[in-house]
Unconditional design. Structure first.
Length: 455
């Protein structure tokens, strides 16, 4: 690598590292946040979902902005926005302020991921590009590994506010490095912004999420709940209709005509929806019901990321040899069995006998699933559409987590108990098993898929 290429890679890693770290660090801080600021389980759901709502709904639009205005410019705007909103979260006097700040933080986060990847794509070519993307992926994976531990340490040693305030240092460093990039910022004047599509997407997702989170408090028969639910469904339907008509659509629906892409994204909805709810509910249950510290709760989930870090590449190689379908079926079923194993957990959880075996099964199943799933989704997509196809899959996974976390209150009520935890585990296991079944029915190991997986 040249000096400039190395600089670009470091910038892309740092920018995305902040966004991915923030996504994994918050769960262990939720009990302390709501204990201090109030709001209970509903506020905890909104703190997670507010971020995922704007991030998931706007990540495709952010890719268009990156093409139109330049990767460096959008990356800089995203970094500054993420830093400002992190400070707002850290200084928030109540839960409502944190929720609003998290939604704004999601907008900034949506600008970071596609811009950092696009910067790599425009700086590297050939085999060097693949290696650079591999380095970027590895470091974002490390963010998930250290996130719960780092967050738990800060929460126990100082305050939950530091998990947001600490973002300022890497953001300032990245902004300083970005100014040293000498290559011209690439722009495309022919790119159009699908502003109406973005608005319909945010409203179409936001209104049902509001209804699902607030439903247990108001009752689902209340007009305050079923009206937003119906309006959101209508708006999301309007979004799909608009994307089909619009020449500059941010969601290219034609990609869904490809069997593995459509089946893989449907499986993604169930599998990543289960992943989001599992990390959310286990962290909260261990702290609020079982009395674990934030650091211990973070350590409880560490085996998941450690096993994935070691085994995911191996399962990816096996999928290249035998095809993705088998692993995308068996993996989610193993993970579902892990959730059923956790049903032994009660108020005072003995981690090694009641939780660890299930966590290990979950980790093994997820490791067998993730790399084959990515290969299946992208293998039949031409190189000219690889970027947008990857962005679509990323958005699907975020929206899936948004919806499943919103549904938690339906199974737990307004206060988390052991019985509510067990019902949520069953719900999570059903989602995972459904992902495996969809994969078995929908995914095909075509010759092209096998060849793409090998590379």
């Amino acid at each position: 690598m040249t000096k400039q290429q190395r600089l670009v890679l470091v910038i892309a890693i740092l920018a995305s590292f902040v966004a991915f770290l923030d996504g994994s660090v918050v769960n262990v801080a939720l009990p302390k946040m709501t204990h201090e600021l109030g709001g209970g389980l509903v506020a905890q759901q909104w703190i997670v979902d507010g971020y995922m709502l704007t991030l998931g709904a706007l990540i495709l639009l952010a890719g268009s902005l990156s093409d139109l205005l330049g990767r460096k410019r959008i990356l800089g705007i995203g970094l500054m926005g993420f830093g400002i909103t992190s400070i707002l979260c850290a200084l928030a006097p109540n839960s409502a302020t944190v929720i609003v700040a998290r939604m704004l933080q999601g907008i900034a986060g949506a600008l970071l991921v596609p811009s950092s990847l696009a910067l790599i794509m425009s700086t590297f070519s050939g085999p060097a590009q693949g290696k650079a993307i591999g380095s970027w992926t590895a470091w974002t994976g490390i963010a998930f590994i250290i996130g719960p531990l780092f967050g738990g340490f800060l929460v126990d040693a100082a305050s939950w506010r530091w998990i947001f305030a600490i973002n300022v240092l890497p953001i300032a460093t990245t902004l300083g490095l970005l100014r040293r990039v000498t290559q011209a910022d690439q722009t495309r004047s022919d790119t159009k912004i699908d502003a109406l599509g973005a608005a319909l997407c945010v409203l179409g997702l936001g209104a049902p999420v509001y209804a699902l989170i607030e439903g247990p408090r108001y009752g689902f028969a209340s007009p305050a709940i079923w009206l937003p639910l119906a309006a959101g469904a209508a708006l999301f339907g309007a979004f799909i209709w608009w994307e089909r008509q619009n020449q500059a659509a941010m969601l290219p629906l034609s990609l869904f005509k490809i069997r593995n892409f459509s089946a893989g994204n449907l499986a993604t909805m169930f599998i990543y929806g289960a992943l989001a709810i599992a990390t959310f509910i286990i962290s909260i249950f261990l702290q609020q019901v079982s009395g674990y510290s934030a650091l211990r709760a973070g350590l409880a989930l560490l085996p998941i990321t450690m096993v994935m870090f070691v085994l995911s590449p191996r399962f990816g190689a096996l999928a290249g040899k035998f095809g993705s379908r088998l692993f995308m079926t068996i993996g989610p079923l193993l993970a579902a069995a892990g959730f059923l194993s956790m049903l032994r957990a009660h108020t005072h959880v003995h981690y090694w006998s009641e939780l660890f075996p299930g966590v290990l099964l979950f980790a093994l199943g997820l490791s067998a699933t993730v790399a084959p799933l990515t290969s299946a989704v992208l293998s039949d997509i031409g190189t000219q559409h690889a970027g947008i196809a990857s962005a679509v899959n990323n958005a699907v996974s975020r929206v899936a987590g948004l919806i499943t976390v919103a549904l938690v209150g339906v199974f737990t009520g307004t206060h988390l108990t052991v019985q509510g935890f067990h019902r949520t585990l069953l719900y999570t296991g059903i989602l995972m098993a459904a992902g495996g079944l969809i994969s078995w029915i929908g995914i095909r190991n075509t010759k092209k898929t096998a060849q793409a997986d090998k590379h």
